[in-house]
Design a protein around this ligand. Structure first.
Ligand code: SAH
Length: 232
């Protein structure tokens, strides 16, 4: 059953945006009467598709359980080269990440340029959330630097930093079952020892093999959700 997001409903009728209407009626070729799932302000419903001209709407039939993980993971991802962040956003959203915050570290090979990139990343997050049947659309926030990151990490119930030189400390041993978690992943060049030292996050190993930056966050999210039985 296809999934959609809508901003709000009037009574039991939620209107789809022109773009989503096009997707439903022209791309997926759904017909009035077809059953779909819609998420309205954090609540999912089974619904029946209706159409008026080019616009589609969802007649809400019955509320559904949430598809969200109990563990709210905010991924602080070192800003990578090229379009690698596109893939990280897409896959992290599919897995169940809560939010993504790109971060600039001293060994970042490329630096974010203000502009259209954040719009594109949020569009990718929305598409991935729709495709994977998420209840919420995870936000991709504007990039932050080291000092801001320090403040953000201190506000999480637990913060972990993936560090290939973390010695014996494994993710499994460090994770205390926190439901609000910050997870920091370095860029291609990794972290400087000073960055690891100065951030209020526990350094953990993701295993004996070095993962690329675009793999590490995805692997760590899957591990954390598995440790907390969030794939049930
Ligand atoms: N330090 C290396 C590799 C960086 S890998 C270099 O200088 O080239 C990019 C990021 O992925 C790291 O900063 C870390 O956050 C994460 N990472 C990759 N493999 C890891 C592992 N085995 N354990 C913990 N973190 C890892």
């Amino acid at each position: 059953m296809p999934d959609f997001f809508t901003e709000g409903a009037t009574g039991d009728l939620a209107t789809l945006s022109p773009e989503d209407s096009h997707h439903a009626l022209r791309v997926l070729r759904l017909r009035p009467g077809d059953h779909i799932r819609v998420s309205v302000q954090g609540q999912r419903y089974e619904a029946r598709l209706e159409a008026k001209g080019n616009l589609a709407a969802a007649r809400l039939l019955k509320p559904l359980g949430s598809s969200e993980a109990r563990t709210r993971i905010t991924l602080y991802q070192g800003w990578p080269k090229g379009d690698k962040l596109d893939l990280v956003v897409r896959q992290a959203v599919e897995l169940g990440v809560f939010a993504i915050v790109p971060c600039v570290f001293s060994r970042c090979v490329s630096r974010p340029e203000p502009g259209k990139r954040m719009d594109r990343l949020n569009k990718i997050a929305r598409e991935a959330a729709m495709q994977s049947g998420r209840t919420i659309i995870p936000r991709v926030e504007a990039p932050i630097g080291y000092e801001k990151l320090k403040g953000r990490l201190a506000r999480h119930e637990q913060a972990l930093l993936a560090y290939e030189l973390a010695g014996g400390q494994s993710l499994r041993a460090a994770y205390r079952g926190a439901l609000d978690l910050g997870l920091v992943i370095g860029p291609e060049g990794g972290f400087t020892p000073q960055e690891v030292e100065g951030l209020p996050a526990q350094a953990v190993s993701l295993g004996p093999r070095i993962l690329r930056t675009q793999t590490a966050g995805i692997a760590a999210i899957a591990m954390l959700l598995a440790l907390n039985d969030d794939f049930q």
